[in-house]
Design a protein around this ligand. Structure first.
Ligand code: HEC
Length: 167
């Protein structure tokens, strides 16, 4: 009985430990989230305008790890992954406490900023659905909306003067 009790306690403690989420604090500035996640992944979607994901992947071999594994995730699967990255990145954009390069906090409390982030979720989700159907025409079409989702937020919050503040 005691052994079972102990076992239960241990199992319970393990469950509690594993359920602890990582600290919800941003690590880097917004510009680096843009460069590392939004920029490369939106480019993967924009590539579909000039290159059919069904075309055989281009190979390169310069001895780097990136080159060696560049053929593992390709084609429509890569477009699906990039779409998910864009949709999910909205959560990172909306994290409390992240800074812009000019030292101002990311304006996560502004209603229009929140809407721009939601639009990114929507367009990324739509792109993901389209990528799953491998419909190239629809994919090319949605890339316009992807560009629009970036541009709408940038037009307000990425001006050279007063970045990250509303005009
Ligand atoms: C909700 C608002 C918002 C959305 C949506 C958004 N961005 Fe940004 N982005 C910003 C802000 C604000 C900055 C300026 C950050 C700074 O100056 O610190 C920025 C900066 C950038 C930068 C410049 C980073 C640098 O090196 O200075 C790139 C690249 C970028 N965004 C790409 C994208 C792409 C691609 C998309 C769409 C897929 C996108 N962004 C969508 C708000 C947004």
């Amino acid at each position: 009985m005691r052994v079972i009790g102990m076992l239960f306690v241990i199992l319970f403690m393990t469950a509690v430990t594993t359920a602890q989420a990582p600290a919800r604090e941003p690590v880097g500035p917004l510009a680096l989230v843009m460069r590392s996640i939004l920029f490369p992944n939106s480019n993967i979607l924009f590539d579909t305008q000039s290159r059919d994901p069904d075309a055989p992947p281009e190979t390169r071999d310069d001895g780097t790890v990136s080159a060696t594994f560049s053929n593992i995730y390709t084609g429509w699967g890569l477009v699906e992954a990039a779409s998910v990255a864009l949709a999910e990145s909205a959560q990172l954009i909306m994290m409390e406490g992240r800074m812009c390069e000019n030292g101002l906090p990311v304006p996560v409390g502004n209603a229009d900023f929140q809407q721009f982030a939601r639009d990114l979720v929507d367009v990324g989700t739509k792109a993901y659905e389209i990528a799953k159907t491998k419909n190239l025409d629809a994919m090319i079409e949605i890339t316009n909306d992807v560009a629009g989702a970036c541009e709408n937020c940038h037009a307000v919050y990425r001006r050279y003067e007063d970045r990250c503040t509303a005009p």
